[in-house]
Design a binder for this molecule. Structure first.
Ligand code: ATR
Length: 298
């Protein structure tokens, strides 16, 4: 680090378990950039000031994690289509206005930064869900049938993204049924080609996706009702949880002969996309994956 080092960061509350610094710094080093990626514990009531602080200090960008992603929508100066579409911001890019009036990423100004800057919000989480599901489970979502467990923040985004990627039939199940009803209503409005049912499927499905928090804690029950659904009817199972590496759901999926993957790929791909948004160049995915896996699983 020296006086020309530039910075990115993740803001969360708490943030100390974040794997992002480990794999983002590996990516930055592989790209040969004199940038560093830091982590800061920012309480929600200070988020606005913390974003502005980074902007003033000419940071390249920041990532946001729990509990900041919805709050930040109203705090950035501009919203990319991805953030507007999914209603959440997990990546901010700082930009400067050129003499011709265009907004350009701060990464393009290694020395003198023009005086007028702004923050632009993006969402790289939604794309990461389906990229990871398709790559890690070797399935194509277009025309697929999927059972989605959970309708909280992550479940809503996953459901909408699956529908936008052409899933033909979506079965939504959530402990609080009214939340699944809200998500189904939004899907019917925005993606009417996807058939949405608020129940377990009676026939086979290509994918079961867990977006509940069940499996995070030792001793958690399965996130679905095994009296209503049998995993032998599923081709593949994806658990958004990545710590522990194998949840009871993934264990049961393997025992039932399903292809199975945890959510570490989601974490990787949201970060890969963020780095590409900041740098404007392809991210070194293999290097980032290796650093992430080493950080999370040792
Ligand atoms: P996230 O942003 O990670 O999605 P969230 O919005 O709090 O977090 O959503 C958590 C999800 O896990 C919800 O679907 C929640 O169900 P409710 O909507 O009924 O709260 C689900 N969940 C959490 N604990 C659960 C439990 N003990 N049994 C069943 N579902 C649970």
């Amino acid at each position: 680090m020296n006086a020309t080092t530039r910075y990115c960061a993740v803001y969360g509350h708490p943030v100390k378990h974040s794997a992002s610094p480990a794999f983002q710094n590996a990516g930055l080093a592989a790209l040969g950039l004199n940038w560093r990626y830091l982590a800061f514990d920012v309480p929600p009531e200070q988020l606005r000031e913390a974003i502005l602080g980074a902007q003033r200090m000419r940071f390249i960008g920041v990532n946001l994690t729990v509990p900041h992603k919805l709050l930040a929508v109203g705090m950035v100066d501009a919203l990319d289509e991805s953030a507007r579409s999914w209603g959440a911001v997990n990546t901010i890019r700082f930009e400067a206005r050129t003499p011709s009036g265009e907004w350009k990423p701060l990464a393009l100004f290694p020395d003198e930064v023009p005086p007028e800057t702004r923050s632009q919000g993006f969402n790289t989480d939604a794309g990461a869900i389906t990229r990871s599901v398709e790559e890690n489970l070797a399935i194509s979502l277009r025309g697929a049938r999927a059972l989605l467990l959970g309708a909280g923040g992550a479940g809503r985004t996953a459901a909408l993204k699956l529908a936008s990627d052409g899933v033909a039939e979506l079965f939504l199940v959530n402990r609080t049924r009214s939340k699944a009803e809200d998500v189904a209503r939004e899907i019917r409005e925005r993606f009417p080609a996807t058939r949405c049912t608020l129940d377990y499927p009676s026939g086979p499905v290509d994918l079961v996706l867990n977006a509940t928090s069940l499996g995070l804690k030792a001793g958690d029950p399965l996130p679905y009702d095994s009296a209503r659904f049998d995993l032998s009817k599923a081709g593949a199972v994806y658990d958004m949880i990545y710590r522990p590496a194998e949840t009871p759901l993934l264990c049961a999926a393997k025992a039932a002969g399903c292809r199975a993957a945890n959510g570490v790929g989601m974490l990787l791909y949201q970060g890969v996309k963020a780095l590409e948004i900041w740098t404007g160049q392809p991210a070194p995915v293999a290097v980032m994956r290796a650093a992430l896996v080493k950080n999370v699983y040792g």
